[in-house]
Design a protein around this ligand. Structure first.
Ligand code: NAD
Ligand code: LMR
Length: 342
């Protein structure tokens, strides 16, 4: 049958030919932390995807009601809920992609790194289970601080002997979504045309939008570049402050994570020319983990896109050098957390 997906909106950059080709496969997805602010709307968006045949929802809180609720939507994907650690194994069994938004969100005045104390252990425990029960699945980490939680996941998978760097992702799609939105607003562009690569990491100044590489090519003054870069870097804080203690971005994050899942599944399904920015193990710089555009394929990351880092503006060159110490420290903090618990 011919399938189109919720993400086949013009915002998704896929060539129309690939979106309309008959699908060979559908996939099984598990969401860990499915009862939360991100988990619920994300699960709804996944339930709408024709690429997903089975959606397993897991949380330490009760998710049976959420699963029952979603299961009444008349889209083909089967939904099941799994609550509490005893049910995690059944949730993960057979998953092709595991998405992890479990953990606490920021309140005003906090940095993402302030979440490390709680979220590092949550991610470590969940990834240990993924290593045991779904060792070949793609893993999409949303839980903050992403700059550290992805190295934590990599180290856990290594210790378990199942690490495949092509399959582990920190989800930075929200930075791209924000960059596209803010640039389009600022320059009165049609949103469907706009695509801004965002590199580095996912916290403060480690988030580096490459406005010089934006499509369509857009002339910006130095002041405009600085203002837009700061707004993109502070997008998360903008939402945290507006929510005034009630958490951080959930709906835009769910939208971004659903887009990233859809692209990953199109890659797994054999579509060509699927590109997204993501925080992955990387050889593009001297840092072991780095966000950049990557080509997605049947086994996850096929290749990073080095061209994005060539011919940067002076502003971007300086910002790239300036972000490296903080990003390195966050990576080292994540790796040390797992190594000391060995
Ligand atoms: P939330 O508190 O609304 O939901 C988190 C859910 O995780 C809750 O339902 C909770 O019960 C569950 N949970 C906690 N410990 C668990 C465990 N051990 N196993 C399974 N589930 C567990 O928070 P939220 O707003 O959904 O945010 C979740 C995380 O996502 C936060 O760390 C936040 O900082 C991060 N986040 C990342 C991005 C990004 O761009 N990567 C964007 C927004 C939020
Ligand atoms: C975001 O970018 O919205 C998330 O990382 C959540 C946060 O704490 O800002």
């Amino acid at each position: 049958s011919i399938t189109t997906s919720w993400a086949s909106s013009p915002l998704n950059q896929a060539p129309a030919s690939s979106l309309l080709r008959p699908r060979a496969s559908t996939f099984r997805v598990a969401v860990l932390g499915a009862g939360g602010g991100i988990g619920q709307p994300l699960s709804l968006l996944i339930k709408m995807s024709p690429l997903v045949s089975s959606l397993n929802l897991y949380d330490i809180a009760n998710v049976r009601g959420i699963a029952a609720d979603l299961s009444h939507c008349n889209s083909p994907c089967r939904v099941a809920g799994f609550s509490g650690a005893a049910e995690l194994a059944r949730c993960l069994s057979g998953a092709d992609v595991v998405i992890i938004p479990a953990g606490v969100p920021r309140k005003p005045g906090m940095t993402r790194d302030d979440l490390f104390t709680i979220n590092a252990s949550i991610v470590k425990t969940l990834v240990e289970a993924v290593a045991d029960l779904a060792p070949t699945a793609l893993i999409h980490i949303i839980s903050n601080p992403v700059n550290s939680t992805v190295p934590i996941a990599a180290e856990v998978l290594k210790q378990k002997g199942v690490y495949d760097p092509r399959k582990l992702f920190g989800v930075t799609t929200l930075d791209v979504v924000r960059a596209n939105t803010f640039l389009a607003q600022k320059k009165n562009l049609r949103l469907v045309d706009v695509d801004v690569p965002v590199i580095g990491g996912h916290a403060g100044t480690t988030i580096l939008p490459l406005l010089s590489k934006a499509r369509p090519a857009t002339v910006l003054t130095g002041d405009e570049v600085e203002e837009l870069t700061a707004r993109i870097q502070n997008g998360g804080t903008e939402v945290v402050e507006a929510k005034a203690g009630a958490g951080s971005a959930t709906l835009s994050m769910a939208y971004a994570a659903a887009r990233f899942l859809e692209s990953s599944l199109r890659g797994l399904d054999g579509d060509q020319e699927v590109y997204e920015c993501a925080y992955v193990q990387s050889a593009l710089t001297e840092l072991p983990f780095f966000a950049s555009r990557v080509k997605l394929g049947r086994k996850g990351v096929e290749a990073a896109v080095p061209a994005d880092l060539q011919g940067l503006s002076g502003f971007e060159e300086r910002a790239l050098e300036a972000l490296k110490p903080e990003l390195r420290a966050s990576i080292d903090k994540g790796l040390a957390f797992v190594r000391k618990e060995e």
